[in-house]
Design a protein around this ligand. Structure first.
Ligand code: C2E
Ligand code: CA
Ligand code: CA
Ligand code: CA
Length: 282
């Protein structure tokens, strides 16, 4: 006979197993739907403006991929990007996003807004030798010059100067693209990336920005990151700015640009255009 304790334990194991099985099935079903979703417009790109705090002008925007599933509603990119990386779909998604972003930059330029567009590049894709070719092909197709595109790179591992990743980053820089170190401060190779990588921009992760109003340690940390990045001639962007107070603090610290719900949420392209037109009138 099973003791009551054993029975509970078995139940727990059963449910754990069951939920893991569900999770796996859900991932497989997402994956099988992803290709179709890109083709039929469920996958689209939102844009979040970057505000220059000194001039109060929008000087850039970040492309953030979205998947609006007809039954399940919005699916978080954190979730489906991870699955796409695992099952070799990241190149396809990135091509789709860059293509949209470049078209958007050209469209805005034709309306007199010369802004730069940032796209997120998975660490995994940096090991794909076809990446520079894919990007230059899209730029050529739409006639956009490479310095208008910023690639946001997230640190994952140590950045060894002899590594394939490092060589890839050099190639991208040589082709005129600009690099931004995303989620700065959260990885395990932060200083390596600052030392070795001629990135033009550093993006302070939103965990620090959101903690800084209440926590003195985080406040000092943000200030130090800005000073360190500036001494190395990098532009500093703060992400996740949600309040006027945060904006004022960052302004006081000499931060160059901010991004966050306080300025604007990630929005469909037409809403970005409307927002940019409003800028002009001010
Ligand atoms: P990330 O690159 O660090 O992007 C910033 C995230 O913060 C975005 O979440 C953005 O919507 C959100 N955010 C912006 N302002 C605020 C704010 O004021 N408060 C808060 N709480 N959040 C804010 P999102 O769009 O859900 O994207 C999550 C992550 O998914 C991104 O983090 C990025 O790592 C990844 N991702 C998104 N699009 C792409 C893509 O096209 N390619 C790749 N490889 N990754 C992508
Ligand atoms: Ca980013
Ligand atoms: Ca981040
Ligand atoms: Ca990220």
């Amino acid at each position: 006979m099973q003791s009551a304790e054993e029975a509970v334990r078995n139940d727990e194991l059963f449910y754990q197993h069951d939920s893991r099985k569900h999770e796996a099935q859900w991932e497989i079903s997402l994956l099988t739907q992803l290709d179709r979703a890109i083709d039929n417009g469920e996958v689209w790109v939102a844009y979040q403006p970057k505000l220059d705090v000194k001039t109060n002008a929008i000087t850039g925007a970040e492309a953030l991929v979205r998947w609006t599933h007809p039954e399940r509603g919005p699916i978080s990119p954190d979730k489906f990007i991870r699955i796409a990386e695992e099952f070799h779909r990241i190149e396809r998604i990135t091509r789709f996003v860059i293509n949209d972003a470049v078209r958007v930059a050209v469209d805005l330029a034709s309306q007199g807004h010369d802004i730069s567009i940032s796209v997120n590049i998975s660490a995994q894709l940096l090991r794909n030798p076809g990446l520079p070719g894919m990007i230059s092909e899209i730029l050529a197709l739409h006639g956009l010059s490479s310095e208008r595109l910023i690639l946001e790179i997230t640190e994952t591992d140590r950045l060894d100067r002899s590594s394939r990743t490092f060589q890839m980053l050099q190639r991208l820089i040589q082709s005129g693209l600009r690099l931004s170190i995303d989620d700065f401060g959260t990885g395990n190779a932060t200083i390596d990336y600052l030392r070795y990588l001629p990135a033009t921009e550093v993006k302070i992760d939103k965990v620090f920005i959101q903690a800084m109003e209440a926590n003195r340690q985080d406040h000092l940390l943000v200030q130090s990151i800005i000073e360190m990045a500036h001494s190395l001639d990098r532009t500093v962007v703060a992400e996740g700015v949600e309040t006027g107070t945060a904006l004022e603090i960052l302004k006081g610290m000499g931060c160059d640009m901010i991004q966050g719900y306080y300025v604007c949420r990630p929005v469909p392209f037409p809403d970005l255009v409307e927002r940019m037109a409003g800028e002009h009138e001010r």
